[in-house]
Write a protein that binds this ligand. Structure first.
Ligand SMILES: COc1ccc(C(=O)/C=C\Nc2cc(OC)c(C(=O)O)cc2Cl)cc1
Length: 289
């Protein structure tokens, strides 16, 4: 990669890096402008050292032969093959072997995150209905490609200029697995408030990734319409206790349809074997209303 400073911007090959537009445990996302095609992109910047460190911390049990970076490269290879209107598109990866940074170039989804929570101004049920339907199609596509997103949340749903949804952040935290989408909770944490109960049971570290994605989608649906996550606590252990034990409560102040409440309840079913599945969601009364 050719890296040069042009004025106050870093220039990576044809990309001029501009403002930071996103950040998270993964690293950060910058707006990038390509002079080659006069188009803006979202450039996700990862640190290989940080990835290795995180993998070291998160990996439990026998050390897997593949280095954590192989996992990222394998997932990048998968991302390049993905092509769906409701999944963010990876354009290219700039990876200089001697550089610590790994640059993932994505198509720019102009309006960014669909909703920042907590908020006192959640989205109207009609808006949430179309956002949910598109997210469901994107998730169905990922599951079909044997990809468990493992971090579905409002922050990873990006809104296009025309108000369509693209699911983001498949890059690092998903599990690309063989036949059954079986997860081990050592490797994919996800965001605490959106984690399914079965992923929190210590010791038992095998669960179905598809069902845990549905739970997170349910918590996301709840957050989009009520402005906050379904279970809250001042500490992570208490949060996990509430996710596993507490019955779901809907805020009195906001009126939403009975169909929407039942749909959320079916997705936030604590028993993963009884939880609604993606195919069942596609024919759910609220989703098809
Ligand atoms: C206000 O305007 C804005 C326009 C676009 C953005 C934005 O794009 C943010 C994050 N983007 C991404 C993050 C990802 O992971 C964490 C991945 C991935 O790894 O799949 C892909 C993308 Cl694109 C923000 C503000």
């Amino acid at each position: 990669i050719s890296i040069e400073k042009s004025g106050s911007f870093l220039q990576l090959n044809q990309y001029k890096l501009m403002d930071q537009i996103g950040q998270g445990s993964y690293g950060l996302v910058k707006l990038a402008y390509s002079e080659e095609d006069s188009t803006h992109y979202a450039m996700k910047i990862l640190s290989k050292k940080r990835l290795l460190r995180q993998a070291g911390l998160m990996r439990r049990g026998p050390k897997k032969a593949t280095s954590p970076l192989d996992r990222v490269y394998r997932e990048i290879a998968v991302l390049k093959k993905l092509d769906h209107p409701n999944v963010v598109k990876l354009v290219e990866v700039l990876d200089d072997p001697i550089e610590d940074s790994l640059y993932m170039v994505f198509e720019l989804v102009k309006q960014g995150e669909v909703l920042r929570i907590p908020t006192d101004n959640p989205l109207a049920e009609e808006r949430v209905w179309s956002i949910f339907r598109e997210t469901l199609l994107g998730l169905e596509y990922l599951h079909y490609q044997k990809i468990i997103h493992a971090d579905i949340k409002p922050g990873n749903l990006l809104l296009t200029e025309c108000g369509h949804i693209k699911i983001a952040d498949l890059g690092v935290c998903n599990e690309f697995l063989g036949q059954d989408a079986v997860m081990s909770n050592g490797s994919t944490a996800g965001t605490p408030a959106f984690r399914a109960p079965e992923t929190l049971i210590l010791g038992q570290n095998v669960y179905c990734g598809r069902a845990s994605d549905v739970w997170a989608l349910g918590a996301t649906l709840y957050a989009l319409v009520f402005g906050n996550v379904p279970f809250l606590a001042d500490s992570i252990p208490l949060l996990y206790e509430r996710i596993q034990q507490d019955p779901l409560v809907f805020p009195k102040k906001l009126t939403v349809s009975e169909n929407l409440k039942s749909c959320i309840l079916l997705m936030l079913e604590k028993d993963a074997t009884r939880r609604i599945t993606v195919p069942e969601l596609k024919i759910n009364d609220w989703v098809t209303s």
